[in-house]
Design a protein. Sequence first.
Length: 480
Amino acid sequence: MSGTPPIRQRNHSVAWPEVEIVDEPNSTTEDDAAEIQFVGEVELSEVEQHEPATKESRDSASLPPVRLAKAEVSESIPEAVVTNVSATSPFQADGDADDLSPDSSAQPQARRAWPVRTFLAVASGIEWCFGVLSLVVGLAFLATFPILQLLSLGYLLEVSGRISRGGRLRDGFVGVRKAARVGSAVLGTWLLLAPLRIVSSFWYDAQQIDPGGLIARRWRFALLTLTVLLVAQIVWAWYRGGRLRHFVWPAPILFLRRLFGGFHYAESRDALWDFVVSLRLPYYFMLGAKGFCGAMAWLFIPLMLFIGSTRLNEGPAAALVGLFGAFLFATVLLYLPFLQAHFAAERRWNAMFEWWAVRQQFRRAPIAYWTALFITLLFAIPLYLLKIETIPEQVTWIPSLVFVVFIWPARMITGWAVARSRKREQPRHWVFRWTSRLAAVPVVAFYVMIVYLTQFISWNGAWNVFEQHAFLVPVPFLGL
């Protein structure tokens, strides 16, 4: 075969002659008019069984070219003779046979001018930033509702898990482009409904001043007309993809083409369903539920001891219970952030309780682990400050927004620390290990003191200690 090394089996081979395929005299098709040369060296198990080839016979074999008609090719040449046909194909097999990629040489693309490339790069950057903002707002919105909070927690666990496996902080921005699409659809819809709200307020005022009057009827007609037009524009923008430009420009020519040529309802329905499935909402929900249950299993006993110490009468028993609960809680704090990242990376429920694996990982990256622990506990404190006074119902989303803004970077840094330990095989020097251990003591002690004091300054009382924002959701049971 041309350009392909010969296939070897059991160190025996048979040299096949050069075969030239020519037209039959009575052939009339265009396919039979092509000439294809097969030149190669093959080995066949059948030949090995009946005619074992030796080195001398293989070296001395010199067979003249044979001319065959097309009808005789399939009977004369075994199926093992496979060659490349000099035909141009738009696809080339790269590696696996099922992995086909476009051939750049067959379909060259013209290089865009630098102003176009610059504009596209800037637009892509703006879309990415808008996607991050949409993710923050969306996660904060989900975190304010019971049960749906687990979606927000599951996403944050996935962030730490992906960074733990890949070691790159950019892996922590999961689904940014999809969030940008959802955010643009929500923002565009809200902007288009703004004129409707204004006209509705005018009609309401006119109706209050002169019920059933001429001005009120005119505003009502304007409201109904504007409602029909804007709803049609919103649906049309969603149909086209939901980008902001689709809400700004209605594309009337394209609308007329779709109106008379068909709207392809089935394709739009399937595309919408595929997009919803690609969001992987059940996966994030289950990941958040498992992460919540695992963290609560670690935190339940220490936090209940905290609450029990406040319920007991003042005396040695209350002090001992409180100190024992503080010790257990401090011990859990040293492991829990990294256990959650380890669980998200391994995707195993048992990984949530493999504390010995966290100890081994700490030995390989002690400074990174201390940094992640410090950032995680520090970023959880601001949300406790918002619990001192009751927040009005109009701004109950603020704690959830603060939760996402602070805990997302903390999850990313925790995943980065775990990734560094997974890449190393040998423990670091004992100086770094013990320095990091000693430095973690005041960090954990300060956080334990903050949590213990919150049960006296929060409006939820002693049960506020269960609102562990660093490991759970903003409010673990009822939401805000």
